[in-house]
Design a protein around this ligand. Structure first.
Ligand code: ADP
Ligand code: MG
Length: 238
């Protein structure tokens, strides 16, 4: 299960309210995209859900359980970082296995989970290579593999494709949505790219200066943008 509920979440850095007051209900198994211009608070909101930042006020619940004060490791969520977060001196296998080794998982279970992730991501024949011997897309898949082995309640992606070239980005978008269809696990995907949002999401959260302008399906946003900001950002007629 992986439902995520935010209730009157506020995040301030000193006197600056980056997120004034956000309430959101994300359903188990949904693919939700947070989209908005640079600096609007997308990463901060994702980090609050992950537990990498503390909320100033408000509540975060996972599957109905209040995790507002729980450390990241207790939340059972997996952040997927850009592929440059891989360890260059470790093989693909060891990079994927890393979170399980840290958690002192038995070796047989590690092998089973790494093999499953590698098969799911078409990395089975690359397990003994080092990241530098892989393409950009393969490296990004290794970063995703490291999340899969943890069997998280939800995957949290923060602009994972922003350092890939345009053609590869289109490919990886498809791979990530296919992965979602296969795993049926909740995914939150942060991007500033409207096309990415419109093509990948079940529902989109449009953020502007820390506020939710609209939360709806791509079709809702296109047909019935809530205001000029949404219309302008999504590029729909209004
Ligand atoms: P986005 O991911 O949408 O580009 P961020 O969530 O990174 O935006 O940042 C939102 C705002 O919060 C920005 O104005 C940024 O400068 C500010 N901010 C983020 N993290 C911190 C921090 N640790 N301390 C102070 N201000 C921060
Ligand atoms: Mg960001």
């Amino acid at each position: 299960m992986g439902s995520i509920s935010l209730s009157h979440v506020n995040k301030s850095f000193g006197d600056v309210q980056v997120i004034p007051d956000i309430s959101l209900e994300i359903n188990d198994g949904e693919f939700v995209v947070f989209v908005g211009p640079s600096g609007c608070g997308k990463s901060t909101l994702l980090r609050l859900i992950a537990g990498l930042e503390d909320t100033t006020s408000g509540h975060i619940r996972l599957d109905g359980q209040d995790v507002t004060d729980a450390p990241p490791a207790r939340r059972g969520l997996a952040m997927v970082f850009q592929s440059y977060a891989l360890y260059p001196h470790m093989s693909v296998r060891d990079n994927i296995a890393f979170p399980l080794k840290m958690a002192k998982t038995p070796q047989a279970e590690i092998d089973r989970k790494v093999d499953y992730a590698a098969r799911t991501l078409n990395l089975a024949s690359y397990l003994d290579r080092k990241p530098r011997a892989l393409s950009g897309g393969q490296r990004q898949r290794v970063a995703i593999g490291r999340a899969i082995v943890r069997e998280p309640k939800a995957f949290l992606f923060d602009e994972p494709l922003s350092n890939l070239d345009a053609a590869l980005r289109v490919n990886m978008r498809l791979e990530i949505t296919e992965l979602h269809q296969q795993l049926k696990t909740t995914m939150i995907y942060v991007t500033h790219d409207q096309v990415e949002a419109m093509t990948m999401a079940d529902r989109i959260v449009v953020l502007n200066a820390g506020n939710v302008e609209q939360f709806g399906s791509p079709l809702d946003l296109y047909r019935k943008p809530a205001n000029r900001f949404v219309a302008g950002f999504i590029g729909s007629p209004r």
